[in-house]
Write a protein that binds this ligand. Structure first.
Ligand code: CA
Length: 222
């Protein structure tokens, strides 16, 4: 699951990002309306955490435009404005929940999870492919029925492969989706992580490989 955090206060953004990453969510932070608009235009997100007071505009205007444009995923407003009128306006514009600052990070995580669960009622919540099974809500992973322990990063990578089973994923795309801005293309981290997935998802000697290396390009979940 991928969450966009729209927040211009670095400390708050990092705090939220860290908490959500610990829960195995993939996150990206946008510090302005412009950055948020770009992020959402570039790739899909499962939910947005939205601050209202942004340096180049009002989060509520962003929300209005997104809803008008058909963006349907949950939006949780996070704001120091706790006036009832603002809260009502946000909800009227299509926010799903509202958390006034200062907030408890545990409450934020719990509310977000609840929004995602509610949304999941209309979406597939289990990804399955060749014996790999991922429950997107509980984040439980099994392979041929046996539980598999994954780190947050391994989980995010596996989710990306499953959502694109059969497609060749370029290293650039993997870096963008799984590492966001923090990936250094000079490193071989992607290869290290694919190797870890291969080790964890192997059916044993002679079994057909699940992950194919596409030389010079990237990887493919067969
Ligand atoms: Ca702000």
């Amino acid at each position: 699951m991928k969450i966009l955090i729209v927040e211009d206060e670095r400390k708050v953004a990092q705090f939220v990002e860290r908490a959500l990453s610990e829960q195995s969510y993939t996150t990206r932070v946008a510090g302005s309306c412009a950055a948020a608009r770009d992020a959402l235009a570039e790739s899909p997100y499962d939910a947005v955490v939205l601050d209202l007071g942004l340096p180049d505009g009002d989060g509520l205007e962003l929300l209005r435009a997104w809803r008008a444009g058909g963006f349907n995923e949950p939006v949780l407003i996070l704001s120091a404005r706790d006036a009832v009128a603002d809260r009502i306006r946000g909800l009227n514009l299509g926010a799903d929940d509202y958390l006034p600052k200062p907030f408890s990070i545990d409450e934020l995580v719990a509310r977000l999870r609840s929004l995602l669960r509610r949304q999941a009622g209309v979406k597939a919540t289990v990804l399955e492919h060749r014996g790999i099974r991922v429950d997107l809500l509980s984040r439980g992973v099994t392979f041929n029925g046996a539980a598999v322990e994954l780190t947050s990063r391994e989980y995010a990578l596996l989710e990306l492969f499953l959502q694109n089973a059969g497609r060749v994923l370029t290293r650039t795309l993997i870096a963008e989706r799984v590492w966001e801005a923090s990936y250094d293309m000079e490193t071989n981290l992607i290869d290290v992580y694919v190797r870890k997935l291969r080790q964890k998802f192997t059916a044993g000697e002679g079994a057909e490989a699940l992950f194919r290396t596409v030389r010079g390009t990237g990887y493919q979940l067969l």
